[in-house]
Ligand binder design. Sequence first.
Ligand SMILES: [Zn+2]
Length: 103
Amino acid sequence: MEAIIIILIVFIIWILPIIIGVKMAKKKNISPHLMWIGIFPMWGLVVMTIICLLPGLKICSKCAERNKKYAKYCQRCNNEFEESSITIPPQKITKNKLFLEYA
Ligand SMILES: [Zn+2]
C-alpha cells in the first residue's frame, strides 16, 4: 500500500510536470529539450514554472529561427512577420463594430 502512495507522489511531483512542461514548450515554440533538466527530482517542477513564465516564441517561415513573440522582423534573415499575428483578432473587431452600430 505504501509503495503505491510513493509511486503516486513521484508521478505527481516528478513525471507530471515534465509531461505538462513538454506540451507547453511545444505550444510556445520553446525547445521541449529544456525539460531534460527535469530528469533530476523536483527540477521538473522548476523547469515547468520557467516555461509557464516565458513568453511564446515566433518561428520564422523562411529560416525557422526562433524570435521573440512581438518581433516584427526575423533576427537572422530579416524576414518581415505577418501583421495579422500582432493585430487584434477578428472576433474582437466584429464585436466592437456591432457595439458601435447599436450605440
Ligand atoms: Zn528568418
